[in-house]
Write a protein that binds this ligand. Structure first.
Ligand SMILES: [Zn+2]
Length: 381
């Protein structure tokens, strides 16, 4: 192993103790962080990287994305911006394009989006299927996603395909499609929403996934209040995503279950929905993660810094809360303790910002501040 000393870090955010270190250094031993502390105390290493006073933060953990798709829905976005509301039905447009695409086309499109994410500081990404909705197309979507991440999620229950009986489709999702998808998936997810799947269907699908060794997560309460958040808490899922419309009972369920609320502010931005009430969640002791939900319909951003800026400006998170939720929060939402923080033993995933402080992520929205993204001890920029 080659030890690398990254030094002259003006401000280091660790998500550990101490949380913020000025004039800091990090020593990497291969893919792992070996030492963190004041630069003046740093041990010797084989090679030295001087970041010239820039800020260093943990790599972003984007715990919710839908990158395996073809086609684009810019026209639908344009219509929405001129008054047409978002509904779950638009997913079918992408399904048709995805089924027509070759494996090579889908793979190179995912590669392009993952590269785009890395350039913006994302070091761990979860990728869902859900635009195939046939046994073959869900399995190949997950096989392609697996080439880019271990955090793959089977979302055959994204929407019921056109001209399909819902009960028969749930049987397929929990039967032959699950069998074909499970070898490539870690997680199983359901879009529990009006126009997609109800609570009973979601429970059946998540329990079937559990029997095949998949861990559950859920899309819930995006378009209105509903049973999804309480179902996720009742089933003890690691995370429930969206949480835009929450009743008092939903907030109580989240705070007593420990299920993480993953907020996706890019969706509210791109669909002109109200912002989730993050203060209510944080005040109740709920753990909050932030993710992009990068997808061609409701939110086509791959940028975690953009989501942080929205969370701070429009959801009233503090800059420190937003950064934590986009890194450590995302790691927890994926059940990971090896990423999301900078400390000895952690995977060496870090981001060098062309800024003196992490505060610039929200203070300078839309500005490409990420100058280097290190994944498992290797620079990707
Ligand atoms: Zn989603």
């Amino acid at each position: 192993m080659t030890a690398t000393l990254i030094t002259n870090i003006g401000e280091l955010v660790t998500n550990a103790e101490p949380d913020v270190i000025h004039d800091a250094a990090i020593v990497l031993d291969g893919a792992t962080i070996a030492w963190v502390g004041p630069a003046i105390d740093a041990p010797a290493a084989d090679q030295l990287v001087d970041v010239a006073g820039r800020a260093v933060i943990p790599g972003f953990v984007d715990s919710h994305s839908h990158l395996v798709f073809a086609g684009d829905r810019a026209a639908e976005f344009e219509a929405r911006m001129t008054g047409t509301p978002y509904t779950a039905g638009g997913i079918r447009t992408t399904v048709a394009a995805t089924r027509r695409a070759t494996d090579e086309e889908l793979t190179s499109h995912v590669a392009k989006l993952v590269h785009e994410m890395r350039r913006q500081g994302t070091t761990t990404v979860e990728i869902k299927s859900g635009y195939g909705l046939t046994v073959k197309d869900e399995a190949r979507s997950l096989a392609i996603a697996r080439q880019f991440t271990d955090e793959t999620t089977y979302l055959g229950a994204h929407v019921v395909p056109p001209d399909t009986d819902p009960a028969a489709y749930v049987e397929l999702v929990t039967g032959a499609m699950l069998d074909a998808a499970a070898p490539y998936a870690k997680w199983i997810d359901v879009f529990c929403e009006r126009g997609a799947f109800d609570a009973d269907q979601a429970r059946t699908i998540l329990q079937a996934g559990g029997r095949s060794g998949l861990h559950g997560r859920l899309h819930a309460n995006q378009l209105g209040e509903g049973p999804g958040v309480r179902l996720a808490c009742e089933l003890g899922l690691v995370a429930v995503d969206h949480c835009t419309y929450l009743s008092d009972a939903d907030v109580d369920a989240l705070s007593s279950s420990g299920t993480i609320a993953t907020l996706l502010p890019g969706v509210e931005f791109s669909t002109r929905q109200p912002w989730p009430d993050v203060r209510r969640l944080l005040d109740a002791g709920v753990t909050v993660a932030l993710a992009t939900d990068c997808n061609p319909g409701s939110c086509f951003t791959s940028s975690m810094p953009f989501c942080i800026a929205l969370a701070v400006r429009d959801m009233t998170m503090t800059p420190r809360e937003a950064l934590w939720s986009a890194t450590a929060g995302g790691a927890r939402a994926l059940g990971r303790d090896d990423v999301g923080a900078i400390g000895p033993g952690q995977r060496a995933d870090l981001v060098v910002l062309d800024a003196p402080s992490y505060l610039h992520l929200a203070y300078r929205p839309g500005v490409p501040l990420v100058t280097q993204t290190w994944i498992a001890g290797r620079p990707h920029l």
